[in-house]
Ligand binder design. Sequence first.
Ligand code: PMP
Length: 417
Amino acid sequence: MTDALTAVSRDQDQSLRERADKVIPGGMYGHLSAQRLPAHYPQFYARVQGARAWDVDGREFVDMMCSFGPMILGYQHEKVEQAAAAQRESGDTQPGPGACMVELAELLTERVDHADWAMFGKNGSDATRLCLSAARATTGRRSVVAAETSYHGWSSWSNKLADGSAGRPDPETFRYTYNDLDSVRAAVAQACPEKVAAIFVSPFRHDAGHDQELIDPEFAKGIRALCDEIGAALAMDEVRAGFRLHHGSSWEPLGVKPDLSAWSKAIANGYPLAAALGNERFRAGIEQVFATGSFWYQAVPMAAAVATIHALKDEDAVAKMQATGTRLREGIAQQADQYSCDINQSGPVQIPNLSFAGDVEFKKAMTFCGAAAANGAILHPRHNWFLSSAHTDADIDRVLEATDAAFRAVRATFGPD
Ligand code: PMP
């Protein structure tokens, strides 16, 4: 099978999809994050380096998804790989954690100003669940208040279906509208203020399938004050945004501190690790919670995380991502003008999102990302993209060549807006 746009073979990809259909529920359209992606979109990868990825058919891409966030310094980052290799030589899964667990907890509590303690897991869902457990154990309450289309992991309290809809609502979860303090007050009233264990919030609105929204500082301050008023925990979900906006917690520049925060994705530059951080008020509560996992204390990811967190600051990663993200945003805006496409670019430039006006069924976005993939850039039609500090200006220019072809494809298929 050849790629209709580039005449490049996609035989390996096709054969793996067919084999997956037989042995994986739903094949590549089931539990993997490949639902409703364009035909030219790569599904199986053979190799990654820096900001580039190669699929099983040897096609090369600039990766603007960064593995959905975990890659933040570039694939195979030298210092991270050296730290991981040194730890691997002496042990990874061991009878207990390595010394690097304590070093990592010290580093995180130093870097993140609300944090007095750290606990570790593997996935973002472990971290959000640890935060909720800490809130419930400390307050003796059960209910959770969270934004209506936000995703905080696949645990039942925040569960959503594969298409992003709410699924079966959890009776202990109450929903508010992001950046709308009155709606938080209404959700708290519905839940009964004395029953609310935690209000969950993300650093900005980054729900898949929606335009993103930056945080309104007044909302951040208001939600903090409301948590203080009712005695609930303010739990920040940093899984997606953590360390891309700021070297500490994302609302530090606003002067707003959560009580608890959940981290994963980027903290170990791709090694599997999650962390729940909290302040003193929640320490005794979480000490009572039984929480563990067979692989939670692997030493290699923790050594990788220590190296990652140092490298992020040493290499001024946030500023680099801001600069390249701005180059991408401005380049795309110019192209959209040139091709008369009405688009919206939203969210911070380090975690960008692109949508087409009126494209409720994502048809334009699919055409756009399919053509971008055929031209060497991995973007996503309904999920935000991610910058890393390994993306160079040359990488961004390469992506802009792909988006130029992608706008041309949208224009040719749908005409001018
Ligand atoms: N919270 C947010 C904001 C996320 O984006 C995600 C994952 N996309 C999670 C929690 C859950 O993380 P994981 O998939 O690692 O369990």
